[in-house]
Ligand binder design. Structure first.
Ligand code: NAP
Length: 335
């Protein structure tokens, strides 16, 4: 089969001929129709991710058709259109992942290939209203957004919610889901046109995080601040989030794109009774809840651009600058 291989740090993604992976106990072989990029793939290529292993086939997100299963008892999956849950061995504790937890696409080979093997428990039938490209856009970012917004953030229709960096893959899913439950949602972005797009999709308003006084302006626009803030930038601007959270509010963050969080004043946090929570990926149960939620609300993942597997390196380079609004997707079938 053709697969996109990463040979080492800062090496280009190159397409090569490799063997179709062998199906082991309780696994399924998926013929992939589409896959999608996450910031994780970019961090791995830059060498900025834990547990690097090369050569590797990257890719956590994928959708396709089941072509082989390990055991006849799983035969009902054959020819089913499926979406892949990239959370491997989350374990039984909903509160936190197990010590064996991994994300598909390193160390195990991922979805930037014509075929991938995954545990049977990690496949779910693709919702019919989604194309393969839309379905492939959803898994990792959607799951991260679902847990951050609902499980950790406890979002309700009565909340004023802030989603920072709405152009990001996870952020945009969190935004769409918060709008879907009827919460009032504000956004930040580094680009005015992304704020306008978010407003056209149901945001109350937004500000550019590159402007001075962005936090003050946002507090005014939201008539007093936020019950729930979902963030992945961290860094210097995090202290502003503490300022604009309402008393009793929650701040959930799942990334550190802008680095360490400096200078948080303890009194600002304890006097306002704030909950500041970390969140990562999600469990099998949350993955099923995510798919049910999207199906119930008929939410369509936003796709920024679609590439062919041959152009994987060109596709990942688009993530050097945050120009995208939505997911970067690849069609995996080689004609
Ligand atoms: N813990 C987990 O399980 C998990 C899962 C997925 C991702 N992550 C992490 O979360 C981060 C985002 O991932 P992603 O896949 O959604 O990335 P992405 O699609 O590449 O988006 C990154 C976004 O970050 C936003 N951003 C940049 N600087 C910002 C700032 N100063 N303030 C607010 N937003 C800013 C930009 O938003 P605009 O374009 O609107 O300016 C950009 O589009 C990455 O660090 C990633 O590693 C963690």
């Amino acid at each position: 089969m053709k697969a996109v291989i990463l040979e080492g740090v800062n090496q280009p993604l190159t397409i090569k001929e490799v063997s179709i992976p062998e199906v082991k106990e309780n696994q399924a072989l998926i013929k992939l129709k589409a896959s999608a990029f996450n910031h994780r793939d970019w961090w791995i290529q830059k060498g900025l991710y834990a547990g690097l292993k090369f050569p590797v086939i990257l890719g956590s997100d994928g959708a396709g058709v089941v072509v082989e299963v390990s055991n006849p008892k799983h035969n009902h999956w054959i020819n089913k259109e499926v979406i892949i849950n990239p959370s491997l061995e989350w374990g039984d504790n909903e509160r936190v992942q197990s010590a064996r937890y991994r994300i598909l696409g390193m160390p195990e080979d991922g979805t930037f290939a014509e075929y991938v093997v995954v545990p049977i428990q990690n496949i779910v039938e693709k919702p019919k209203y989604l194309s393969f490209e839309e379905a492939a856009a959803l898994p990792l970012a959607g799951l991260t957004a679902y847990r951050a917004l609902f499980t950790r953030g406890m979002a309700t229709a009565y909340d004023n919610v802030l989603i920072t960096g709405v152009g990001g893959g996870v952020a945009l899913f969190a935004f769409q889901m918060a709008v879907a439950i009827g919460a009032k949602v504000w956004v930040t972005s580094g680009k005015q046109e992304k704020i306008q797009k978010a407003i056209s999709m149901g945001a109350q308003n937004g500000v550019n995080y590159k402007e001075t006084d962005w936090a003050k302006n946002l507090k005014k626009l939201s008539y007093g601040g936020f019950d729930l803030i979902i963030d992945s930038a961290a860094g210097e601007s995090f202290k502003e989030l503490v300022e604009i959270a309402k008393p009793g509010g929650r701040i959930v963050f799942y990334g550190g794109t802008n680095g360490n969080i400096p200078e948080l004043l303890p009194a600002k946090i304890f006097w306002k009774q704030l909950d500041i929570k970390g969140s990562t990926m999600g469990s099998d149960k949350e993955f099923h809840q995510l798919i049910d939620f999207f199906t119930k609300h008929k939410i369509k993942p936003v796709i920024s651009e679609i590439y062919s597997l041959n152009n994987a390196e060109k596709a990942i380079r688009t993530m050097d600058e945050p120009n995208q609004f939505g997911k970067i997707v690849m069609k995996n079938e080689i004609s």
